[in-house]
Write a protein that binds this ligand. Structure first.
Ligand code: ADE
Length: 227
């Protein structure tokens, strides 16, 4: 079973997402175990200090290396990790390709930052991959970690009820997903496209592909010009 361990100074922020999402189903099926570790348990002294002023001066506290190093050492005594990931706005931007790649790994360790950042030596000594979820700054890495872990968890074979549904996601074939409809077939004169009611599956597939292509051209032409 794949393990994802998350190190955080605000573990409460991750309780909701990890207890109720698709990840709960993954845990129940024994496919993925996500555990959050409170960095405060590794803080220094009686105040369990985790951060300090930065050398050279400047606003904002920096997370110290010792608590993080101790926490990582404890976890590494239990498991080996394929990647130690630091969530940071200056990392590589998460996309479906990265999520696919990480879903094939054994165990992952995810480190959430806070304050002004973490001591650079943590990144040099421990971190193997740095991931951002987009060009904006969050107040901590927790919400970003929740996004990352959700995007990975749903790709693990068997996690989604309908095995094929992750394969037909937007981005999975480099295109946006086509529009979908359910009952009623006629809502106040707004009708479902006839083709979807035709039962002609090759034609339906063709229509869906055309719709995907159209939507991608209109909304994300950048996806078509890549590679
Ligand atoms: N921490 C703060 N902002 C972030 C972002 N955009 N992505 C990942 N981690 C972050």
């Amino acid at each position: 079973m794949m393990h994802i361990d998350v190190i955080s100074v605000m573990p409460e922020l991750l309780e909701g997402p990890f207890a109720h999402s698709i990840l709960k189903r993954a845990a129940d099926k024994g496919l993925l175990q996500v555990e959050v570790h409170n960095l405060r348990d590794y803080g220094l002294g009686k105040h369990r200090q985790l951060d300090d002023y930065q050398y050279g001066g400047g606003a904002g506290m920096v997370m110290m290396i010792e608590p993080i190093a101790k926490c990582i050492a404890d976890l590494q005594a239990k498991r080996t990790y394929d990647e130690i990931i630091y969530m940071t706005p200056d990392g590589e931007t998460l996309d479906q390709g990265i999520a696919n790649q990480l879903s094939l790994k054994g165990n992952l360790l995810v480190l959430c930052g806070h304050y002004k950042g973490i001591d650079e030596r943590v990144r040099q000594l421990y971190v193997t991959r740095e991931i951002s979820i987009g060009d904006y700054v969050l107040s901590g890495g927790e919400l970003a970690a929740a996004v990352l872990v959700d995007s990975i968890g749903r790709l693990i074979p068997g996690v989604l009820g309908d095995e094929s549904s992750a394969l037909t996601d937007s981005f999975q074939d480099g295109l946006l997903a086509p529009p979908v409809y359910t009952r009623p077939a006629d809502y106040d004169g707004h009708k479902v496209p006839d083709i979807l009611l035709s039962g002609n599956f090759p034609k339906i597939e063709e229509w869906r592909y055309e719709q995907s292509l159209k939507r991608t051209k209109e909304r994300r032409p950048d996806l078509l010009s890549e590679d």
